[in-house]
Design a protein around this ligand. Structure first.
Ligand code: GLU
Ligand code: MG
Length: 337
């Protein structure tokens, strides 16, 4: 029932199909001061504010140094939209190492923050009216050392095989979310207009689609795609392994992902969304678990024992927490995630 072994199995299945998967988890987290009155964010600045950078400079520098010392390459840092919210992206790598790095990343950020007298929390939604913490999963497909996400004609299109992989992810997404957004609190984050991918759709540079394909300024482009319905309450081995299983199923079945969505699906009417085949995603952990129970591909890949254990634990959490207010969830989950 080892989750890491599950990811290894998924990687081996991809290898058999001649594919190597590279990945990175892109984390957002809040820096908070805790005291007897509760929690206060370290700043109240907006997205990418230089004041936010200055206020959080000492702790962010120490986090970057600690990651670098562990041979994790820091690619980018900026203050995210929420008060005290930060984002640090790290370099992609092969899938197993990406999941290992996710464990190290969270431990490092939380540990270094503590040394500065701060609480770092990756909890998906801490403040109801502020941005949530995403942990977007970036993926690329490789064959013989070559990235095969960009189409070979280099005209900025996604290759056929990557389109099928994305189609597989979208096909399984309602069930997959039980593994990628697996806590009761996760579903408070997945809301329209919060860049969290609340719709079952894909788009080029579309932050409201569950799968975003970011374009590069120069060829090759695009080089990867991003699953937004992931947060750091997920076990990265299960989340990444099951995303690979879903994508491979798309390739096996020759699925195609259809037209990309260029607008925020949240501004379309329900009728317009229906016309374009854009579904809303599960709005609770309970719904996602029900979807997973109907998904033989994901359950078979997990194996009967791991699937049963996972679903059993998550269902118990759902039963225990489904009627809680966000404040109660924060008390229970802030320090866990
Ligand atoms: N905070 C957003 C989320 O919950 C993501 C913002 C962004 O696009 O980086 O996923
Ligand atoms: Mg972000």
């Amino acid at each position: 029932m080892c989750p890491r072994r599950f990811l290894k199995r998924a990687i081996a299945t991809a290898e058999k199909a001649g594919l190597q998967i590279k990945a990175a988890f892109e984390n957002e987290f809040y820096l908070l001061k805790s005291n007897s009155d509760g929690i206060t964010p370290t700043d109240d600045t907006v997205f990418a504010s230089t004041l936010g950078m200055n206020i959080n400079c000492a702790v962010i520098d120490d986090i970057a140094d600690a990651l670098t010392a562990q041979e994790i390459q820091v690619e980018r840092y900026y203050p995210e939209s929420g008060p005290g919210q930060q984002e640090i992206s790290i370099r992609y790598t092969d899938a197993l190492q990406a999941a290992d790095r996710q464990m190290i990343f969270r431990e490092t950020v939380r540990g270094v923050a503590l040394k500065h007298g701060l609480t770092a929390s990756f909890m998906p939604k801490i403040f109801a009216d502020q941005a949530g913490n995403g942990c977007h999963l970036h993926l690329s497909l490789w064959q013989g050392g070559e990235n095969i996400v960009p189409d070979s004609d280099r005209k900025g299109e996604v290759s056929k095989i990557a389109r099928s992989f994305i189609a597989g992810i979208l096909e399984h997404l309602p069930a997959l979310m039980a593994l990628t957004t697996p806590s009761v609190n996760s579903y408070r984050r997945i809301r329209p207009h919060f860049w969290s991918g609340a719709f079952r759709a894909w788009g080029l540079d579309n932050r409201e689609a569950a799968v975003r394909v970011p374009s590069n300024f120069a060829p090759p482009s695009p080089t990867h795609f991003e699953l937004k319905t992931v947060d750091a309450s997920a076990n990265p081995y299960l989340a990444l392994g099951s995303a690979i299983v879903a994508g491979l199923d798309g390739i096996n079945r020759g699925l195609d992902v259809g037209e990309p969505v260029a607008v925020d699906p949240g501004i379309l009417t329900p009728q317009e969304r229906e016309k374009r085949g854009i579904d809303a995603l599960p709005s609770s952990l309970g719904e996602a678990i029900a979807q997973l129970l109907n998904d033989d591909i994901l359950q078979n890949a997990l194996g009967a024992e791991l699937a049963q254990a996972f679903i059993g634990v998550r269902r118990a959490e759902w039963e225990a927490m489904k009627d809680m207010e966000i404040e109660e969830e924060v008390k229970i989950l802030l320090s866990k995630y």
